[in-house]
Design a protein around this ligand. Sequence first.
Ligand SMILES: Nc1ncnc2c1ncn2[C@@H]1O[C@H](COP(=O)(O)OP(=O)(O)OP(=O)(O)O)[C@@H](O)[C@H]1O
Ligand SMILES: C[C@@](O)(CCO)CC(=O)[O-]
Length: 458
Amino acid sequence: MLESNTTPLPTIAKSHNNVSNSDDESNLYLFADGSCPDLTIAISAPGKVILHGEHSVVYDKLAVAASLGLRTHLTLNEQKSYQGQQGFIKIELPELGLIHTYNMIDVQNELLNKQLPLTKSAAQFNWEKPNLINHEELLHMVEEFVNKNSGSTPLSHHQQLSLYSLFYLLTGIFGSLNVPLKSFTLKTETNLAISSGSGSSASYSVTIAAALIQYLRLKAVFIRIKDVSKSNYKSSRVWCTSLKKFDDKELEIISNWAFLAEKIIHGTPSGIDNTICTYGSIVEFRKSTGPKQLNLCEFRLLLVNTKVKRDTKRMVKNVLVLKQRHPEIIDLILNAMDEISKNAISCLRQLNHFHVSNEWDELELQLWYDKLGELTDMNQHLLQALGVSHPTLDSICSICKSAGLYCKLTGAGGGGYAISLIPPHITEEQVVKLTENLQSQGFETILTKLGGPGVTID
Ligand SMILES: Nc1ncnc2c1ncn2[C@@H]1O[C@H](COP(=O)(O)OP(=O)(O)OP(=O)(O)O)[C@@H](O)[C@H]1O
Ligand SMILES: C[C@@](O)(CCO)CC(=O)[O-]
């Protein structure tokens, strides 16, 4: 059990007119009748780019990846239920054209009040332990609920996956909790292109896991629940050092829940996407050892959207099938990718040293950027050999090459984004010329920087 010894608490309700300060010392604010105000939560999480190591990372090879400035934003607003009105959960996913309202009673009866399927006894489980969930059984329970309660219009495949992930997280996190739920609306919006390699699904999963955990923290604080677990589950207190940000332990729990949601969308994720979307920054990542922050300065990055949609789950499966058919050859390719990531990290470190220390001459700097570019080029060709490129990606790489830049796919490939790191010796005019050329051929371009914050409470 985690002990709480914390909490100078919320600013949220301070401005609330009808709220009285019931506890000066802990700074808690409640209505006169002891209930808490309608809670509002805003969370955002970044998308990601994989510089090197997509697909090979699934087989425990080294990858290097970074968060993006583009983010998914989520709002969760508790709603007043008027007399006679049934409690509800309203889900709005505008990017998927989905708005649907679920009855709270159905959510309670078919999900939250049921015994959670676990791999160990309930006495060992609480919301902090997502790895004890029996994934297939919980997913099955959630699929039945979503398919039964989502109205008469058939859901698209994307809508299904997003709703399964959402109710999976709600049930997994709140199913063992003794925390009363009010009606609420949950809405996500994103600046990321969906199914394009920039981690839209992980960004979505991380915002939901984080919002639900923030909801729990606020509830526990406002209602002052000491042990938030139902009596048959492992007891748990909510600790929080700040309601404005998550601490390391909470980030780890968020990332672990998001990983399970990613399993629903991706099948067999390596864990790199949920890790980057949770922690942000530029990191090296190996599945068996986890992330290591690289502490690098900001590098300019061009994203080019092929607008060819693809599905990560299918791309990962295709590589597996190829590996089963040609194990020796594919293993060599995956090992080469591992070496490319190692070499690329050395180049990035060296370039970072030049930038930070200001000890470089033009030629030396260009030499290291060229070395990094050649690695990019090699990786693109290896990814092509794995069958995960696309003619449109290949032609974007050629256009970039003719402008003196190296380019590769990012994420699962098969379409989605191509990426190109922009060295400092490439001028603004050269970048504009290139992006205009790409746009004239129908491609969307985004100029951004690598790295930046992970999940935040906004
Ligand atoms: N803003 C969003 N709202 C609802 N669902 C989303 C949102 N963003 C992503 N998703 C879900 O994620 C799925 C896309 O995941 P997929 O892994 O194929 O693409 P990606 O995450 O953009 O790419 P990659 O995994 O290569 O980075 C969609 O089918 C949808 O279910
Ligand atoms: C293709 C892949 O390597 C990256 C998807 O962003 C899959 C994964 O690591 O889970």
